[in-house]
Each structure stands twice: as C-alpha cells, then as structure tokens.
Design a protein around this ligand. Structure first.
Ligand code: GLU
Length: 494
C-alpha cells in the first residue's frame, strides 16, 4: 500500500476508441485535482492495446478534449507532438509490448503463470463441464504444464500459446476502496486468467498493473465498472511483489431516467458539448459536482477553489444523475460572468459558422452594448447565432409570415413615415428612448395604432411580424441598415 509520505502520482488512462466521454472527463478531472491538491503529478497513459478499436485519431481527439478542458498532464504524450514527455515512458501501451512480455516471462519463471496451448474448443469444454457440475465456468491449469523451455520451442514452431496467471491460493482479498470502503473479493471469483493472448497481445488487467507499478502510481481513481478488475490486479501486484496503489472507484453517472449514461441520452462526449457552445470551465464545474461535493457547500467554484478543497473524503458513492438543467444553469452562470471582450471572442466561431458578419463589430462600444443586451438570453455560446442573426444585413429578408402585414392599408403609410423619420434622424444610432419617440411620431403621421403600427415597423427591421424586441435590436443597427431594410419593405408595397 502506498505510503503517506510518497509523492502522489495519479493517472488518467483512456482507451482511444472514440471521443472523450463526460464520464472519462470526470475521471480525468478528479485525478488532475487530486494531483494538484497534494502537489503531486498527473500522468496521461494511452491504453491502446485493443488494436481493433483503438485509433490514433481517437487518441488525438481525446488529447484535444483534455486540452480544451484545461486538464494538463505532467507526463504522457506531449499534447502537441504526441512524443513521450517524462521519464516513465513510453506512455502508450502499444509501445510497451516488450515490457509486458518480459514481465509475463518473469511470472512464468517463478511458476506464477504458465504457457497454455489449449485451444478455444478445449477451453470451452472445460467451462461447459464446470457449469454442468454446478461450478462457475473457470479455467484451471492443464493436467501437464509445459516447462518454459518446452513452451518456447512450441511457440517458435508457430503453435499459438497464451500466458495464463495461476490463481494458486483460495482466500479473500480485501480492497480498502477510498470511495466504497472495504470490498471483499473471494479469490475463487476468478479462474486462471490470461495475461498474454495467444496472438501475443497483452490484456488490460496485466498491462494496467505493470504500468501503474512502473509509473509509480500511488492512487487510482477510476470508474466503478473497473471494480471487478481489481481482484485480478491485486493478485498481480502480489505476484510481482509490487506495492499496490490506493484505489477509489467512482460512482456511475446515470441519465435522467436513472439508466447508465449513454449515447441514447443525447450528448455524452465533451466534443458534443463543445460544439453545442458549452464552456469548458462550466463543464468542468458541472462534472466536478457529479460525484463529489464541496466541503463548504459551494457550487460555482474557481479552479483554485476546486484544487484547494479536493479531497477523496468528499466523493459520493451513490450514483450521480446527469442533470442537464443544472448544466445549463452552470453554463449560463459562467457565460454571463465572462468579460465582454472574452465572451465576444468565444462566440466568434459560432457567428462565423452561421455566416454572420457585422461592420459595427469594429466598435468595442457596440460589442459591449450588444452583449449586455443579449447575454441574459444566452445559455450556450451557440445561442449567440439566433440572437445576432437579425443584426446581419446579409440575412435580412422579408418572410412569408409578413404577407398579411402587406395587405393592410396602414402599412405603406407606416413604412414611409418610418423611413422619413430615419432619414431625418441626426445621429447614426438610435437609442431606446429615441426609438420610442420615433414610433410615437410615426403613429401620428400614419394614423395607425396597435398591431397596424408595430408590425409593419417590425417587418421593416427584422423581416418578420414577430420576433425579438425592437427596443433591443434597433439601437444595435446603424441607421443606414435600418433605411436599407425599410426600403426593401416599402418595395413590397408597390
Ligand atoms: N483504459 C481503461 C478505460 O478507459 C481505464 C482503466 C483504468 O483506469 O484502470 O476504461
């Protein structure tokens, strides 16, 4: 067991088989915060031994997601070059095959593992017989275990042979889990298990132990689904004589229907949330609270506060429910607190994607005014698209819904009066009180009131009889745009 005086070293060990899931991001965040809280080190290890499912592209995507979340690692693949960074590499399991093989050989030599040349059919028969006899379908050693020399010869002759760990003792293993408390595993829960497959590929449980030991990992915080792997891992630590790290198995994250969070619940990858306009700091804060709570009862926390307060005593062993309403609240809170220049920079990719451009955006005063008005309507950065859309001249068009407005007798009068008022207006931008005064004058000049007054003006500003409030939009549009739009609307009356 890790000593209290040791420098804390924790790791995040994703399998690169897709985007980073929010559950993975939570594991990474907790390990990161624990390292920072204790002045320890955070390591990123890529568990890519599953050759069929792991891809280089997924690894790069996950690295990009971790960077986006700001969870920087001290050792692991360099986030830019992917080259090893740190003294305990390689940090990608696919590059450590030699290390695993040497370790497996060491166990074989010590009689703690053996080469197994039984075929799948033979092993199936053994399992079936065990089930028929009312035992669990576990595999024990073959009647005759080949000597290491003999095994080497058979392998050299092309015979496929696995290396299997020998579970020799029947007793209980007790895990002092930092989240779940003591968990007892009877050793006969598992049979002799494979360390190296007959195709030469090592299995997860084996690699994980060797890597955690060689990378001097002191604490492992990982998903609860790995709890059942821990027995095999404890056996391996013991067999190698390596110190066992302390484990903490994090609670499941459930969807609102209390089923394990999965794709059918909608967005589950960090990338989904990034594209939907969530802020990394809000997502971090939200996932922090999905399985952990602040000893001070805080909800919105700075990175420094998270680091300062992060201890494993505050993990919640009960499953966390992924509450998207809370995530939205958290995101809106962070978004509205951003300085406007920062918020402006962050909405740029969304505005660009929607093809929105504004000559007025050159003015810091305009940006500030627009964001002051719009940000209270924003939950995500993507919401900027629909808020800013009516301000883009290139997107102004008179919609179908406006057809009725053009059947009213008052409409040409209102539009003419509106255009005249605009032309007479001395400045370039109209304030809210000025707009109210203009509307009053149009009312008198055109002899229109109620919807016959307001809807034509609306159409002349946003192209629709319904939509965002004009007292918000008009002050953000330059007079020249308002006149050009009024002319387009007037053209429809002729
Ligand atoms: N590669 C494993 C996963 O992505 C992590 C295993 C571990 O943390 O021990 O689930």
């Amino acid at each position: 067991m890790a000593q209290a005086s040791q420098k804390v070293r924790v790791r995040f060990a994703p399998s690169p088989t897709g985007y980073l899931h929010v559950g993975g991001a939570r594991t990474a965040l907790y390990n990161y915060l624990y390292a920072k809280h204790t002045g320890g080190e955070f390591i990123l290890r890529v568990e890519d031994t599953d050759l069929e499912r792991s891809t280089e592209e997924s690894m790069r995507m996950q690295i990009a997601d971790l960077k986006w979340l700001g969870l920087n690692w001290d050792e692991g693949p360099n986030p830019e070059t992917i080259q090893d960074m740190g003294p305990h590499g390689p940090y990608r399991q696919s590059q450590r095959k030699q290390i695993y093989m040497e370790h497996a050989e060491r166990l074989v030599k010590a009689g703690k593992a053996y080469y197994d040349f039984r075929t799948d059919e033979e092993l199936d028969k053994i399992k079936e017989a065990a089930i028929a006899a009312g035992r669990s379908p576990q595999v024990g050693p073959p009647a005759v275990i080949p000597t290491p020399e003999e095994a080497k010869k058979r392998i050299a002759n092309g015979e496929p042979g696995a290396i299997r760990f020998r579970v020799s003792e029947v007793r209980d293993y007790v895990l002092h889990d930092l989240v779940r408390g003591d968990v007892t595993f009877p050793s006969d829960m598992v049979g002799d298990f494979v360390c190296i497959r007959s195709n030469g590929m090592p299995v997860y449980n084996f690699c994980c132990v060797i890597d955690d030991a060689m990378m001097k990992i002191t604490h492992v915080f990982r998903a609860e689904e790995h709890l059942s792997n821990t027995l095999r891992q404890m056996m391996l630590y013991e067999a190698f004589g390596y110190e066992t790290p302390r484990f903490g198995h994090l609670s499941f994250i459930l969807g609102p229907d209390r089923q394990k969070l999965s794709k059918r619940h909608g967005a589950t990858s960090c990338n989904d949330y990034r594209l939907k306009g969530y802020l990394p700091e809000a997502l971090n804060n939200f996932i922090l609270l999905s399985g952990w709570s602040s000893p001070k009862g805080q909800e919105v926390m700075t990175r420094e506060e998270m680091i300062e307060q992060f201890t494993y005593e505050r993990f919640n062993a009960a499953p966390a429910v992924f509450d998207t309403v809370k995530l939205d609240w958290m995101n809106a809170t962070y978004l509205r607190a951003l300085p406007h220049e920062e918020l402006w920079a962050r909405i740029q990719p969304f505005l660009k994607q929607a093809g929105l451009e504004f000559p007025m955006a050159e003015s810091a005063e305009w940006r500030d005014q627009a964001l002051t008005l719009f940000k209270s309507y924003m939950t995500t950065l993507a919401d900027a698209e629909k808020l800013f859309l009516p301000l883009a001249d290139s997107k102004y068009e008179i919609g179908e819904a406006a057809a009725e407005v053009f059947t009213w007798a008052e409409t040409p009068k209102v539009l003419n009066a509106w255009k005249e008022e605009l032309q007479k207006f001395p400045g370039d931008r109209i304030s809210e009180p000025e707009f109210n005064a203009i509307q009053d004058r149009v009312k008198v000049a055109a002899g229109a009131k109620g919807k016959q007054l307001f809807q034509p003006i609306r159409v002349a500003v946003i192209g629709q009889p319904q939509g965002q409030e004009l007292k918000i939009l008009v002050p953000l549009l330059p007079k020249s745009s308002l006149i050009a739009r009024a002319e387009k609307a007037l053209a429809k009356t002729r």
